[in-house]
Design a protein around this ligand. Structure first.
Ligand code: MG
Length: 221
């Protein structure tokens, strides 16, 4: 279990994983949920990280685990109440991220008004690719984002479709919690989230940022 991620050839210790729910309108639609008017954040534990990809362990507690492909932002420097116009200067780099979700547990939590901790927080539920330095990415809001499962294209969108962009997300998150060096912001998924079973091979790419490959492994109780 590693909390160390590589960004632009440098190793950075990951401090927390801040995720955004429903940040692409087409994904909100496929979930039958409204597009938010303010960013909705949740956290994943750093113990869920799987740097460089590898085996996603499917927990026996869930009968429907889904993959969401996302652009991750890794912070060089943190802050509190960060103005949006200063936010991009704090970014170390970008990576490809899977927000692995036990959808059945999440649906149950939604119905009960319970937190998403279980549905989002299992070990290996946060694979992240090797990151590219921010200086190598001209604009993080113009990037194709794709997922193939067993070679079949399942997600095919562009980060231009984000509801809230990176500066707004960092500003909004930092009004709630202090952001720190090594924080990872997962910026939400486009539509096409896909259920995975043991043996499935997941391959995602964000051209100019990187690629991420994982295999799903069924885990017995
Ligand atoms: Mg997500």
């Amino acid at each position: 279990m590693s909390h160390v991620i590589t960004v632009g050839g440098r190793r950075i210790h990951a401090t927390k994983v801040v995720c955004v729910a429903r940040n692409y309108a087409d994904h909100a639609k496929e979930m039958n949920t409204p597009v938010p008017t303010e960013p909705i954040f949740f956290l994943k534990p750093t113990t869920a990280l799987l740097p460089g990809g590898g085996s996603i362990l499917l927990p026996p507690e869930s009968h429907r685990v889904e993959v969401e492909t996302e652009l991750a932002v890794i912070l060089e420097q943190g802050g509190k109440d960060i103005p949006p116009e200063h936010a991009m200067g704090l970014v170390a780099g970008y990576a490809v991220f899977f927000d692995i979700t036990a959808r059945d547990l999440q649906s149950q939590a939604r119905q009960e008004g319970a937190p998403w901790t279980a549905s989002k927080g299992f070990d290996t539920f946060a694979p992240i690719s090797t990151g590219v330095a921010a200086s190598r990415v001209h604009d993080p809001h113009t990037l194709p984002i794709r997922l193939r499962v067993n070679g079949v294209l399942r997600q095919d969108s562009n980060t231009s479709q984000m509801v809230f962009r990176v500066p707004q997300l960092l500003a909004a998150a930092s009004r709630i919690m202090s952001l720190e060096r090594g924080d990872i912001l997962a910026t939400g998924t486009p539509s096409g989230v896909w259920p995975i079973v043991g043996g499935d091979v997941l391959e995602a790419e964000i051209p100019g940022v990187g690629s991420l490959k994982c295999t799903a492994v069924a885990r017995n109780r």
